[in-house]
Design a protein around this ligand. Structure first.
Ligand code: ADP
Ligand code: MG
Length: 361
C-alpha cells in the first residue's frame, strides 16, 4: 500500500511527500507541526518519533528558536530587549551595537559566501532593496498607481552598499557601520541559515529523524524517514504552473538524505507594472529585478549556503552559476530559464526519483 501525504502551504515553493506504510506498534510514528510568525512564511516540522510527547518537546524547541532567530535577523521591526538588524541599521553608524553571537556568526558566513561567489548577493545592498521593497508594497496595496523606482534614487542608494563599511568585532560581539546610509538586508540567506541552525540544535538534542520546511527551504536529516528508509522525498514545484494557479504541479521529486533543497523564484513576491512582473530579487549590476530565470533550486547539505546560492544563481546567467556550483562539493542545481528550458547539474540526475519504478509497498 502506498499512501502519499501532501503538504501544500501558501507561499511554499516546495511540496513534501512522506510515504508511510502501516507501522508496527514499536515503530516510530510520523508527527508534524506547522506554525506562523517567523520569516513571513509557514514553517513545518515533520518527523518520526516514539511518542507525541517526545515530538512535541522537539517541536516546541524548534518553534521557539525560529521565532527568536526571526527577530534577530529582522531588518524591518524593532523588538524590546533585542539588538537586531533593525537596531544595527538605525543605531549602528560609528557606534558599536552588541548583538547575539549567532548574529555575528551569520554575518560572517554571509560575508565569506559573498566573497567566494561574488557578483550577485550582497547583504549590504539594503539601501537599494528598500527602495524596491517600498514601491512593491505600495503597488500591491494600490495596483492602479504602481510605479518604478526613480533611477537616480537607485543609483544614489547604490553608493552606500559596500560590505567593507560593516565592521564586526568578534571579541566584543559588536557590529558597527562606517557609512551612515548603509543598510543590511539578510533576506537572501536568513531563513536558510536559521533552518540550518535549528536543524543542528535538534540533532544535538538527540533527534535526527525529521525535516524542516520553511517557505521554499527544506532541510532533511539522515535519520530514518517513512518505514525506516533513510531518504526523504521532496517535490520541487513547477514555477510556470504555479504562476498560472496550479500550485500542485511538480517539476520533479528529489530523494535526499541529510541535504537541503532551496528554491528562489520570481513567481511569489512581485508586482506588475506596464505588463511586466517586478519581483523581489535585485541584480546589483542593473539595480533592477533580475531577468535570467523563473526559478533556481539548489541542493547542498548546509541550508544557509543553499539559500545563499539559490538567490545567487537566480541573479546570475546560467553559465556563471554553473561554474560556481561545480566548484562546490555535493552541490547540485536546477534552473528553469525564462523560456521554460530546464537545465540541471550532472549529479542532480542521481537524486531524481524515478517515477517509472514500481511503487514501494
Ligand atoms: P525568499 O526570501 O523569497 O525565499 P530569497 O532567498 O531568494 O527568497 O531571498 C530574497 C530576498 O533577498 C529579498 O526579499 C531581499 O530581501 C534579498 N535580496 C534580493 N536581492 C538581493 C541581492 N542582490 N543581494 C542581497 N540580498 C538580496
Ligand atoms: Mg536565498
Amino acid at each position: 500500500m502506498k499512501i502519499s501525504t501532501r503538504l501544500i502551504i501558501i507561499f511554499i515553493t516546495i511540496a513534501i511527500f512522506a510515504t508511510f506504510p502501516g507501522c508496527a506498534a514499536s515503530e516510530p510514528k510520523r508527527y508534524s507541526r506547522s506554525f506562523l510568525g517567523a520569516f513571513d512564511t509557514a514553517i513545518t516540522l515533520i518527523g518520526y518519533s516514539n511518542s507525541q510527547k517526545t515530538f512535541d518537546n522537539y517541536a516546541d524547541q524548534a518553534q521557539e528558536r525560529f521565532l527568536e532567530l526571526h527577530q534577530m535577523f529582522d531588518r524591518y521591526n524593532a523588538y524590546e530587549g533585542v539588538n537586531n538588524i533593525y537596531t544595527i541599521n538605525h543605531e549602528g553608524y560609528n557606534q558599536p551595537v552588541k548583538v547575539a553571537p549567532e548574529l555575528i556568526s551569520m554575518l560572517e558566513h554571509a560575508i565569506k559566501w559573498q566573497e567566494a561567489y561574488p557578483g550577485a548577493v550582497n547583504i549590504a545592498l539594503g539601501s537599494v532593496l528598500e527602495i524596491w521593497h517600498d514601491v512593491r508594497t505600495e503597488a500591491l496595496a494600490d495596483p492602479v498607481n504602481a510605479k518604478l523606482p526613480d533611477r537616480q534614487t537607485l543609483e544614489e542608494a547604490n553608493l552606500h552598499t559596500s560590505i567593507d563599511n560593516l565592521v564586526i568585532d568578534e571579541t566584543t560581539n559588536t557590529v558597527m557601520l562606517t557609512d551612515p546610509e548603509l543598510k543590511l538586508d539578510l533576506g537572501a540567506v536568513a531563513k536558510g541559515y536559521a533552518t540550518e541552525l535549528v536543524t543542528q540544535e535538534l540533532i544535538a538534542s538527540g533527534w535526527d529523524s525529521f525535516i524542516i520546511s520553511s517557505g521554499g527551504n527544506v532541510r532533511t536529516t539522515s535519520g530514518p524517514s517513512a518505514g525506516g528508509r533513510d531518504t526523504w522525498n521532496i517535490g520541487i514545484q513547477d514555477p510556470e504552473a504555479a504562476l498560472s494557479g496550479d500550485e500542485d504541479k511538480l517539476l520533479m521529486t528529489l530523494m535526499l538524505t541529510n541535504q537541503s533543497v532551496v528554491t528562489s523564484g520570481d513567481y511569489q513576491r512581485y508586482y506588475i507594472y506596464g505588463g511586466r512582473r517586478y519581483h523581489h530579487i535585485v541584480d546589483p549590476q542593473t539595480l533592477e529585478p533580475s531577468q535570467e530565470h523563473t526559478s533556481v533550486t539548489v541542493v547542498t547539505e548546509d541550508s544557509g549556503l543553499a539559500d545563499f546560492l539559490s538567490t545567487t544563481l537566480f541573479i546570475l546567467p546560467y553559465e556563471r552559476g554553473l561554474d560556481y556550483i561545480e566548484e562546490i562539493d555535493g552541490a547540485e542545481a536546477v534552473w528553469v530559464l525564462n523560456d521554460g528550458t530546464v537545465k540541471m547539474t550532472a549529479g542532480l540526475h542521481l537524486l531524481i526519483q524515478d517515477t517509472t519504478a514500481p511503487n514501494e509497498s
